[in-house]
Design a protein around this ligand. Structure first.
Ligand SMILES: [Zn+2]
Length: 518
């Protein structure tokens, strides 16, 4: 039999029982043969493309289990404040963008207030000093807070009596928005962005995703703080198959009927049961170390969550609930326990997104209920460990966040995502972060980390029969790396690069020096 492509001289991780093979033969969109030694030679013809993996790891294509696609794409066109450490630095970036595009709104993202020397959001007067000729919107890294200039107050027209419009002593808006006001401002702005703009923005980030080895992403779209139009737009984009990678839509809505009408089999994503550690809104059973008397916020009562979860079971929908603190995980697990009691259905592979602070009891129950934890190892890289934001907020409980080692030892299935673009999408950094935890007892192996973004992630979207493995009959979604990641120091994992990404048999990223026609 003749084949289109052969990857040889690799350490090809099949992800089945830790088996490693030397080569893969690809025909059309599938892997049709795998093997060791030089058995591949019989499949070569004059048109076969040979890809020399040079002894490095070859992995199933990476699957990002939690990715805000429209946000990531649109944000790639915004002013990035990630590195800003003062109002003056923010001002300089705004002036640069304003001079480039003087008539347009200026959207600034990823402001991390804890990095600012002022340790707070700028108010409208402070932003006006830098730019007052067009509307400016600044959003926090976790999306939970915004600021606008005075032009922005007039332009975005958020009613002053909305909860979360912060006012000064004269009862005038300061330009800083939290809670409902922030959510409304965000969704007004996001709703005003055209599909054409979104499509261009998405197309423009595809090259970056291919370079990272991504072949499938779980697109978590719509709902509170986002725009429902994004979910419909992504659904249409999936149906038109206009981008190179596969997207699985998770629509963040409570509207089950709408999900059924759209023909979707799953619901949720960032369907908020609580908030974030950063904003002290994640619901925890102890007091925030840096805010007396605060325990975070639950966005559902137990009763409301029970009835929603029950309905998802009855309608046969896979459900992904956003939970971060232990109190949120607790009510989510209680709702699932009750729904399983009522329906006996354990086959829907429901997910808890993030699930950062589960107790041992939660982990045991989650395992019994067949729940999957969709986790973000890279959070720990940015926010975990001693002296980090988690320690500031949680005190000694920072040592208990994301207990991957214990979760896996208890038999829980973990899939991983970036939560782009809260955190940049970088699968190798994800592996690095899971293997090199700052609190060492939570470390997992390279293989376990790889499972989280390949085979486990495929299982978490019911696609383990066609993705997540390098085996005959599987889709040819393949990543070739520049190192054998099982034979380098753990601290070097984040320097590993992708040399080729193959999606459904097509090379979507690659360094052509590696390839030779026969
Ligand atoms: Zn998210």
């Amino acid at each position: 039999m003749k084949v289109d492509k052969i990857i040889y001289n690799g350490k090809c991780q099949t992800m089945k029982k830790k088996a490693v093979v030397d080569w893969l033969a690809i025909k059309g969109d599938q892997i049709i043969k795998t093997g060791t030694g030089d058995g591949y030679k019989e499949y070569i013809n004059k048109d076969t493309l040979l890809i020399d993996a040079k002894g490095a790891t070859v992995s199933p294509g990476f699957i990002d289990s939690h990715f805000h696609m429209v946000q990531t794409a649109v944000n790639s066109t915004c002013v990035d404040l990630t590195d800003a450490t003062s109002f003056d630095e923010i001002g300089k970036l705004i002036i640069k963008e304003g001079n480039r595009n003087p008539e347009s709104e200026i959207h600034c993202i990823r402001l991390d207030v804890s990095k600012l020397k002022e340790h707070r959001f700028p108010n409208r007067h402070e932003i006006d000093k830098y730019w007052d000729r067009s509307p400016i919107w600044i959003n926090s890294i976790e999306y939970q807070m915004s600021a606008v200039n005075t032009y922005g107050i007039l332009f975005y027209k958020i009613p002053f009596n909305t909860v979360g419009v912060l006012c000064d002593e004269k009862q005038m808006p300061t330009g800083v928005f939290t809670a409902s006001a922030n959510a409304k401002l965000r969704s007004n702005i996001l709703n005003s962005i055209s599909d054409f703009y979104k499509q261009n923005a998405i197309e423009s980030i595809m090259g970056d995703l291919a370079e990272k080895g991504l072949t499938t992403i779980n697109a978590v779209e719509g709902g509170y703080m986002f725009s429902d139009r994004d979910a419909e737009f992504i659904n249409a984009l999936i149906n038109r198959k206009e981008v190179y990678l596969d997207m699985e839509l998770f629509f963040q809505t409570l509207d089950i009927n709408r999900i059924i009408e759209m023909g979707l089999k799953r619901i949720g994503g960032c369907l908020y049961v609580d908030g974030t550690f950063g904003m002290r809104t994640a619901a925890i059973s102890f007091e925030y170390k840096d805010a007396k008397g605060e325990h975070g916020i639950l966005r559902f009562t137990q009763e409301k969550l029970n009835s929603f979860v029950e309905e998802c079971y009855k309608r046969g929908l896979q459900l992904a609930l956003y939970t971060i603190g232990d109190r949120a995980i607790d009510i989510a697990i209680k709702a699932h326990e009750r729904a399983v009691d009522l329906t006996g259905n354990l086959s829907l592979r429901h997910r808890l997104e993030h699930g950062e602070l589960p107790s041992k009891e939660h982990i045991k129950k989650a395992k019994d209920l067949g729940l999957i934890f969709s986790v973000q190892p890279t959070y720990e890289y940015y926010w975990g460990g001693k002296g980090s934001m988690y320690e500031e907020r949680l005190g000694d409980y920072y040592m208990e966040t994301n207990p991957f080692r214990y979760m896996l030892d208890q038999g829980l299935l973990l899939c991983a995502g970036s939560d782009s673009d809260v955190i940049p999408c970088d699968p190798m950094l994800c592996i690095f972060s899971a293997v090199n935890r700052k609190v060492k007892k939570h470390n997992i192996s390279v293989y376990e980390a790889l499972e989280m973004i390949t085979s486990n992630a495929a299982y978490a979207i019911f696609q383990e029969d066609k993705k997540g493995y390098l085996e005959e009959g599987y889709l040819a979604d393949i990543v070739v790396l520049n190192k054998d990641i099982f034979d380098i120091k753990a601290e070097d994992l984040k320097e590993v690069k992708v040399v080729a990404t193959i999606k459904s048999g097509k090379i979507v990223y690659g360094d052509s020096d590696n390839y030779a026609k026969c």
